[in-house]
Design a protein around this ligand. Sequence first.
Ligand code: GDP
Ligand code: MG
Length: 177
Amino acid sequence: LQQTQQTEDYLFKIVLIGDSAVGKSNLLARFARDEFHPNSKSTIGVEFQTQKMTINGKEVKAQIWDTAGQERFRAVTSAYYRGAVGALLVYDISRRLTFDSVGRWLNELHTHSDMNVVTILVGNKSDLKEAREVTTAEGRALAEARDLFFIETSALDSSKVNAAFQKVVEEIYNILS
Ligand code: GDP
Ligand code: MG
């Protein structure tokens, strides 16, 4: 970075992607507002939410984009991806079909954004232990094969939600600084 840029704020665009109902909106609600919506039909959602975070003692702003449900119709637009430097690719550990979609989402991401976008594979709903259809080992193996970071979260009980966002932002910061 040039000398003049060093005092400026960092603003990182991060996109949430993955099949419908995997918990993308609730992950963001939990992270940004510490809220959870048991029956979310959250079409009200804002386009994005800006969250201040501290990385290595530096203030960083994460601008986190959420879909308004377009993924149901496979109609996430290129504007959604434009300028993204990070992505959380979310599936639901209790619905294997959402895990099977991960490859398609990666293709979509790489079609519309830089190949170097920092991506973490997120297995959400880790609280649904009885209903689990995708093992942690399977999730981790896919992440390793596709060169992604990996974490399992629960927006319901808050497990690892902050860690998921923190990891992406930290890695972006490390690359750019
Ligand atoms: P999106 O379509 O990916 O944005 O998914 P939503 O955030 O709207 O969540 C879809 C449904 O899954 C809602 O009924 C949520 O309450 C529920 N949900 C989201 N995250 C979790 C979670 O971590 N655990 C459980 N048990 N349910 C969740
Ligand atoms: Mg949503």
